[in-house]
Design a protein around this ligand. Structure first.
Ligand code: PEP
Ligand code: MN
Length: 357
């Protein structure tokens, strides 16, 4: 089977000076592993009065990168004026940043401007907020402009519990994106997900294991001196090391034994899934009986002591059977919510939707 060809985008968060751009690019070119050299010219920073990019004066630096290394260059555009300058300069590809994707007005303005230059590849980052429809909507706007080479970049989401991440990945959203838009290659940007350098490799590996088609990394010749996103940038040498460490797995395997066993295991899983569904239905039939009982005796639906008992039971059994407690607890949380919804419907003869969430 053919080896998977990943799209690897690397380069500094921002273009800062001609020497920073060229030195980083030459070092990256020597790794022989990048498809595009990235650099932000106009930086959408959260607060004003921080470094907001060098703007159009950085364009000739990137043209020089292309001339010297032969590597295609990609920049972020947020406004039609940016796009115009970038197209005039023959920049190879553009990306739309997370803050821009959040605004349908801004995306539509870019889409309108793209109508005359629809052969440029466009990479669309997810919006900062975890709204998959907004992300897909942005892609549709770009697609409606006639752009044929469209890619998506998963860079994590803000406004959700952070843990150790700068922008938690919320992998389920990336998975759902792949399901809904199988036709759009999905890349991952571990740098903006992590906000640090020590988790980059594990996030990148996770993205590859989810069968993403590429990665974007922020790489700076001297990360400590970077004018933006210093904490998450790595040196070209660290980038090369990281790339060597990643395991690229194939999407499929035509080995007879592999296929046979996989099918067999999946058959077993399908059988168990059917049993699970039947058991859930059986469990719910008792909820209906309980609802009647509670209604006749005017007893409240929520019984917090009982809910606690169920949770405690999960905790005990999870350990015994080797399942993660958090996993079981989430499942039972859903079941309990549905039980409350069903009881509310039955006890209040309420046709309108009751949803406990
Ligand atoms: C960037 O890539 O430098 C950037 C600003 O990213 P994002 O839009 O994902 O925040
Ligand atoms: Mn950045």
């Amino acid at each position: 089977m053919e080896e998977k060809k990943l799209i690897i985008i690397a380069g500094p968060c921002s273009a800062e000076s001609e020497s920073q751009i060229l030195e980083t690019a030459i070092a990256l070119a020597n790794t022989n592993s990048i498809s595009y050299y990235r650099a932000g010219l106009w930086k959408p920073r959260t607060r004003p009065h921080t470094f907001e990019g060098v703007g159009a004066i950085g364009i000739p630096w990137l043209q020089k990168v292309k001339e010297i290394t032969g590597i295609p260059v990609i920049v972020e555009v947020a406004q039609p004026q940016h796009l115009e300058l970038v197209i005039q300069a023959g920049i190879d590809a553009i990306w739309i940043g997370a803050r821009t994707t959040t605004s349908p007005f801004a995306v539509q303005a870019l889409a309108d401007a793209l109508k005359g230059c629809s052969d440029i590849p466009v990479f669309v980052k997810n919006p900062v907020n975890p709204d998959i429809q907004l992300w897909i909507g942005a892609i549709e706007r770009i697609q409606n402009a006639g752009v044929t080479h469209i890619y998506a970049i998963h860079r994590g989401f803000s406004g959700v519990e952070k843990g150790n991440f700068r922008n938690p990945p919320q992998w389920q959203i990336a998975i759902e994106f792949k399901r809904l838009r199988e036709d759009i290659p999905l890349l991952c940007d571990p740098s903006h997900i992590c906000g640090n350098t020590n988790m980059l490799a594990s996030v990148a590996q996770q993205a590859l294991d989810l069968n993403m088609q590429g990665l974007m990394f922020e790489v700076h010749i001297n990360p400590a001196a970077a004018l933006s996103d210093a904490a998450q940038q790595i040196t070209p040498a660290a980038f090369q090391q990281l790339m060597k460490q990643l395991v690229v797995r194939k999407e499929n395997c035509s080995n007879y034994f592999f296929e046979y066993m996989l099918e067999e295991y999946r058959r077993q899983i399908d059988k168990i899934d059917t049993e699970l569904i039947q058991l859930l239905a059986q469990r719910m039939s008792f909820i209906a009986k309980i609802a009647n009982l509670k209604k006749e005796n005017a007893v409240t639906i929520l019984q917090i002591r009982r809910w606690n008992e169920i949770i405690q039971n999960c905790l005990k059994q999870a350990e015994m059977v080797g399942l993660r407690y958090e996993f079981l607890q989430q499942i039972f949380d859903l079941i309990h919510r549905e039980a409350i919804t069903q009881q509310s419907l039955l006890m209040n003869n309420n046709e309108s939707e009751v949803c406990v969430s």
